[in-house]
Ligand binder design. Structure first.
Ligand code: PMV
Length: 341
């Protein structure tokens, strides 16, 4: 016998990819419901993935969390347990769970693993608990682990709508275009040496920004137009319109971080040199041929066109402190692996 009745164990496995935001989520308007102030837009990436298996088992005394082969404790374990509690609450499942999760990329590689991690956990835990959620409902669940995880439920180009309702019913991610929409567009991921380990979790840091940055209100007022412009440039596959807006958005994000008190300074000298090189590259090409963006960390994603990637790569490889350059493309949606057992 399987199921929440509790006489046997059951499990499910899910796989999800990280994403990089072109329009950043930064600020929560309702912490209990995990509702953001603004809508955001991202590209789900290929090649990198988190694979997570969740097994509810009445014989387990407490939740067990194994991340990349290591038994998790403290903050990382607590985040997973809180998420499992939410799934138990929604499903009536009462057993403790074993969660085994692996990334095929090093967590210290600078690729945010919380988006793929919580999207995979949402899929595996909800299925193992017998919930059959639509992708939209899955995105609504995943955001409680990490806001950006709501977007990793879908592949390609994804928008997470902030919505306006107090109950959050109109807050969810939705796919805009599939991974094959713009084959020319690539993401050159630039890892920088000596990137500092994040001291403050994004969820907390962004609330400092909301409370203290004098530029936050202006950023929010600008975002609807910027988001619409970026969405339409993607629709038309138009780099001349897309790339300047992506950099403008990244600059706006960085500026509210830097004017937060205490200041949030995520970049290293090398990251800043990469931004400078991308600007110089565009000037020399005579039109926007690349766009930088970064999250709350020192590594930089540089979007460009396939035919420009070799030239740009050679140039960025010469920046002192650049550790590696990896070419990624838009990738697929999160998905279950194998049958529930
Ligand atoms: O999903 P969180 O809570 O880790 O926050 C993500 C914040 C940014 O990566 C900076 C922006 C984004 O939209 O992904």
């Amino acid at each position: 016998m399987r199921g929440p009745e509790g006489r046997g164990s059951r499990s499910a496995t899910f796989e999800a990819r990280p994403n990089i935001a072109l329009v950043k989520y930064w600020g929560v308007r309702d912490r209990t419901r995990a509702l953001p102030y603004n809508s955001s837009l991202s590209v789900t990436l290929d090649r990198l993935r988190t694979r997570t298996r969740v097994r509810f088992d009445p014989k387990l005394g407490s939740d067990r969390v194994v991340l990349n082969g290591q038994e998790a404790s403290g903050g990382p374990r607590d985040g997973v347990v809180r998420f499992l509690d939410r799934v138990r609450e929604a499903s009536g499942e009462r057993s403790a769970a074993e969660v085994v999760s692996d990334n095929n990329f090093p967590t210290a590689s600078g690729m945010a693993s919380s988006a793929s991690g919580f999207a995979a956990l949402a899929g595996a835990a909800s299925r193992a608990a017998g919930l059959r959620l639509s992708p939209r409902a899955l995105s609504q669940l995943a955001r409680f682990g990490s806001g950006s995880a709501s977007r990793s439920v879908f592949g390609g180009f994804v928008e997470w709508r902030a919505g306006t309702r107090a109950d959050g019913a109109d807050c969810y991610a939705r796919p805009l275009y599939g991974p094959g929409h713009w084959p020319e567009l690539v993401d050159l991921v630039v890892l920088v040496r000596g990137a500092p380990v994040k001291e403050v979790r994004s969820q907390e840091a962004m609330q400092w920004t909301v409370a203290t940055s004098p530029e936050y209100a202006r950023r929010l007022s600008e975002l609807p137009r910027r988001l619409a412009a970026i969405r339409s440039a993607i629709a038309r596959r138009d780099p001349d319109r897309l790339f300047p807006r992506v950099m403008e958005e990244c600059d706006s994000f960085r500026s509210v971080c830097e004017t937060t008190r205490p200041s949030l300074d995520y970049l290293t000298v090398t990251s800043r040199a990469v931004l400078t090189e991308v600007r110089a590259f565009n000037r020399e090409r005579g039109r926007p041929r690349a766009a930088y963006t970064h999250d709350a960390g020192a590594h930089v994603h540089v979007f460009t066109l396939r035919r420009e990637a070799g030239r740009l790569r050679a140039r960025l490889a010469r920046v002192p402190g650049v550790e590696s350059l990896t070419l990624l493309r838009p990738g697929p949606a999160a998905r279950p692996l194998g049958p529930n057992v």
